[in-house]
Design a binder for this molecule. Structure first.
Ligand code: HSE
Length: 308
């Protein structure tokens, strides 16, 4: 008999990872979204929010419902589902809140329908939801949210996504300050034309980061985590951002930058202990400037969305 209900976890993700604007991302073990998806015997998607976050409940405005609708259209299905949000990554935090919602919705419905799609084939549907959130169909949060690990989007047209190897003791600390940066708005601040010298810097750093991750060369990783495309235009709201990066580096981080469009700030670290102490340094940076923050310390998660 067909399954009626499923509960899915979708991880928070760090995108861009310095020089990989719209191309690179990785999954965290926590935090994440939890959603129950249940057949509802109608032809409608019904959104039920049991979290403390404010979420749009109109299926045309809710990212998870838009992603699910795009998948159901492709299947020619009129089945209805309840999408019950149980826990939610804070929206606007920069760790892939909308991507996690889109990913859990398409993954859950796909499972309930007998897995007509491979997980990798769910990415374009989830991207439709992401478009509602940020006005663009980037996949650098969606890909790791669905597939786990560190993912590189080699190409968008056609979509070509690859997992990158990374050292076993690579950890990440993300500090989420109580500030708001809206991805859609902050994307408008990024210049559409990039001078050749700037492009060269970014290409060198991206290639260096990929090589460093693949070979476990931490000093190379550290030299490469630097974004000259987007970060300089997005950090104006984060007080003394250069100082924050410097303090994290002094505390042992292997590179620090904005997580996605921010305001969260990620640092790559070698081992859990280092990640925890770098997290404290960043938290103190914000608290000494009167800004509350939350710290997440996590290994890079091999798993993306999973049934729980
Ligand atoms: N790559 C996207 C951006 C991620 O930087 O706008 C948004 O979370």
């Amino acid at each position: 008999m067909a399954r009626e209900e499923i509960k899915i976890f979708g991880p928070a993700t760090v995108s861009n990872v310095g020089p990989g604007f719209d191309l690179l991302g990785f999954a965290l073990e926590a935090p994440g979204d939890e959603m129950i998806i249940r057949r509802n015997g109608t032809d409608k998607l019904v959104l039920i929010n049991k979290t403390e976050s404010k979420l749009p409940l109109d299926p045309e405005k809710n990212v998870a419902a838009v992603a699910a609708t795009s998948m159901l259209h492709k299947l020619g299905s009129c089945e209805g589902f309840d999408l019950i949000f149980i826990s939610k990554i804070p929206p606007g935090s920069g760790v892939g809140s909308s991507a996690a919602s889109c990913a859990v919705a398409v993954m859950g419905i796909n499972e309930l329908m007998g897995a007509p799609f491979d997980i990798a084939d769910l990415v374009p549907f989830a991207m439709e939801g992401e478009k509602v959130a940020s006005g663009s169909t980037h996949a650098d949060n969606i890909a790791p949210a669905l597939l786990g690990g560190i993912t590189l989007i080699r190409s968008y047209d056609p979509l070509d996504i690859k997992h990158l190897p990374y050292p076993d003791d690579l950890w990440c600390t993300v500090v989420h300050p109580r500030l708001e940066i809206l991805t859609g708005e902050s994307r408008k601040l990024i210049p559409q034309m990039i001078p050749l010298q700037t492009a060269l810097k970014q290409c060198g750093n991206l290639a260096g980061l990929v090589a460093g991750l693949t070979t476990g060369d931490y000093p190379l990783i550290s030299r490469s985590v630097n974004d000259v495309f987007a970060e300089p235009y997005r950090t104006t709201q984060l007080p003394d951002f250069d100082q924050l990066k410097e303090s994290a580096l002094e505390a042992g981080s292997m590179g620090t930058g904005l997580s996605g469009s921010g305001p969260s700030v990620f640092s790559l670290c070698r081992g859990e202990e280092m990640a925890a102490s770098v997290g404290q340094v960043k938290k103190e940076h914000f608290s000494s400037r009167g800004i509350e923050s939350w710290v997440y310390v996590s290994r890079i998660s091999e798993a993306g969305c999973k049934i729980i």
